[in-house]
Design a protein around this ligand. Structure first.
Ligand code: SAH
Length: 276
């Protein structure tokens, strides 16, 4: 089938929400896009980079606000690309880390739509940096594992080898684990992780609203409840969490993500872009 060259889907990682953590390629594509399909966790300031003429379509999920089911997102991508449009599918963090990006790529492949994939800073590395917790550290943890705290069936843990995780004694990073944190802690302790293992839970990492609660496996659930942490939050478990005491920096400075957003959108305004 003849396909116009312009129609392409760009699967773009938007990073953890702070606009300064976008890649240059993401910024360029956002400015050039004719259609942008975006998720819930796309921070303010990022969508401002999109040209005013572009069609912005929210396909994400917020509480009380229904998401488009994945097959419908896939169909919409194809539909827009078939309209001979340059489509950006903007996803939180990195498209290939718990982002269902692979499913969207397969849908494009099946429909014969050309695509590109643009990596983004995933929540784990952003949160590590902005909370002052190196996910690996010589002599402390030579290994880090990214895990989803959420199985497809809501409220349950994924079917993985908890015994191996519990005994591995290295850094564990749970995405989407806030609601299942009590189950995660219970499971790890049951399979042999020390209840004294340090844990950090970081809400809205890299944004000025970032909040961090630290504790140990045995008391983290209580502490998180007391502090009323909310999603999106990442859980880091392991000895590396102790290094935060020396490496914390972000919460100590006062500046506004709004200022960042303005600075960024001015620097990369569509008028100043050769791609507009
Ligand atoms: N593809 C994304 C992850 C999507 S899953 C990525 O690479 O980052 C959504 C989960 O990511 C959230 O439930 C939370 O656990 C985590 N997350 C995303 N942004 C975050 C942020 N700014 N701070 C803390 N956790 C975040």
């Amino acid at each position: 089938m003849h396909r116009p060259i312009k129609s392409k889907v760009y699967l773009v990682g938007a990073g953890p929400g702070n606009p300064e953590l976008l890649t240059l390629k993401a910024v360029r594509l956002l400015q050039a896009a004719e259609v942008v399909l975006y998720d819930r966790l796309i921070g303010e300031g990022i969508l401002e980079l999109v040209s005013p003429e572009a069609e912005l379509i929210f396909v994400g999920k917020a509480s009380g606000n229904h998401a488009l089911p994945q097959p419908e997102i896939n169909s919409l991508l194809i539909e827009k690309a078939n309209e001979n449009k340059m489509v950006v599918r903007l996803k939180g963090g990195d498209p290939f880390i718990f982002g269902r990006g692979g499913e969207e790529v397969l849908a494009c492949r099946e429909a014969g739509i050309p695509f590109e994939i643009v990596p983004g800073i995933t929540a784990a590395t952003a949160v590590g940096a902005y909370s002052g917790i190196p996910l690996t550290h010589r002599g402390v943890s030579p290994l880090v594992t990214f895990i989803t705290g959420h199985a497809s069936k809501s409220g349950t843990l994924p079917d993985i080898q908890w015994e191996l995780l519990a005994k591995s004694n290295h850094t564990l990073v749970f995405y989407m684990g806030l609601s299942t944190l009590p189950l995660i802690a219970k499971e790890l302790i049951f399979y042999g992780t020390s209840p004294d293992t340090p844990v950090a839970v970081v809400q809205e990492g890299s944004l000025t609203r970032q909040r961090t609660v630290t504790g140990i496996l045995d008391n983290i659930v209580e502490k998180v409840e007391q502090q009323q942490l909310k999603s999106p939050a990442l859980i880091i478990i392991g000895e590396v969490v102790k290094l935060r005491e020396y490496m914390q920096w972000f919460e100590e400075q006062s500046y506004s993500s709004f200022d960042d957003a303005i600075a960024l959108s001015t620097a990369f305004s569509p008028e100043s872009s050769k791609y507009s």
